[in-house]
Design a protein around this ligand. Structure first.
Ligand code: PAF
Length: 283
């Protein structure tokens, strides 16, 4: 498997592949790969001869230094996992911080039409400026035809679509269904940091979302959100940060349901010191 640590060498290699008529898919990651990432890679391989997987823990999208330090870094294991999918069709780009940011580790400031102020934007200051900065930079380096993002970070996916529209970046963004463990927990690199007890209780998050979806058929968004809050109060190992029922397109919280719109429930929960997010389509 080819691994690049340098953006120039990577671009030269990709250009040569493109000259052969290959379509290039891109899966940006922060490493600590799991089956959720592999499902994005596999989806990419259906449409592209080559998939570039970037592995880079992006410092500018962390609002919490401890979270950045503790974020798992497992490049050897990541490469082994990707090799099990394909030795030849996958290229890894694992840059250093300098290769991406040179001497200025700083975010650009973005306006994503208000999407950036909701949910994760409200709870994690500067997060989407950091995500926008790194994804825009990676798109400039890789110049992919298609880029794959998981719906677990649904707000991120909508923001990336907006980024591409605002800067007219010639890439098609593909949103991929959330990949879940057999017990329903959404796959996340953070799951490896859960204690045994927290891992055992964490499927409660998706279980509650599924019941919330059923309730949303007959009840108001406010009622459903209150019901979810009540469930988490009964669960001492999990601390609910937010449950928000929002319009899928604008991500604004729903005031009054309309049959013409689609909605999602978004949730963030602390399991000990590990912050987990999840979401579900409601209609
Ligand atoms: O979803 C992620 O893992 C990150 O936010 C991304 C898109 C790789 C940017 O660092």
């Amino acid at each position: 498997m080819k691994i690049f640590y340098n953006k120039i060498k990577l671009s030269v290699h990709i250009q040569a592949l493109r000259a052969k008529g290959h379509s290039v898919g891109f899966v940006p990651t922060m490493g600590a790969l799991h089956n959720g990432h592999l499902s994005l890679v596999n989806e990419g391989l259906e449409k592209n001869e080559v998939i570039v997987v970037s592995v880079f823990v992006n410092p500018t999208q962390f609002d919490n230094d401890e979270d950045l330090v503790k974020y798992p870094r497992t490049l050897d294991n990541d490469v082994a996992l990707l090799t099990s999918v394909s030795k030849t069709a996958i290229i890894v780009y694992a840059p250093t911080v300098e290769d991406i940011y040179e001497d200025k580790i700083e975010s650009q400031t973005f306006k994503f039409g208000g999407l950036e102020h909701e949910m994760e934007g409200a709870f994690r200051e500067g997060h989407f400026d950091g995500v926008g900065t790194i994804v825009k930079r990676l798109f400039e380096i890789v110049k992919p035809d298609y880029a794959y993002f998981g719906e677990k970070d649904f707000q991120q996916l909508q923001i990336i679509r907006k980024l591409v529209e605002l800067y007219q970046i010639p890439v098609e963004i593909i949103g991929c269904a959330i990949y879940r463990a057999d017990d329903g927990l959404a796959m996340s690199s953070r799951n490896t940091r859960l204690t045994k007890e927290h891992r055992a209780i964490a499927p409660f998050i998706y279980k509650t979302l599924k019941t919330a979806k059923i309730k949303f058929g007959t009840k108001s968004a406010k009622n459903v959100a209150e019901w979810v809050e009540k469930q988490f109060k009964k669960e001492p190992l999990l601390e609910l940060e937010y449950i928000i029922i929002a319009d899928t397109r604008t991500l604004k919280p729903v005031k009054r349901k309309s049959t013409k719109k689609t909605y999602r429930a978004f949730i963030a929960v602390y399991a000990g010191d590990v912050r987990l997010i999840d979401n579900i389509a409601l209609n």
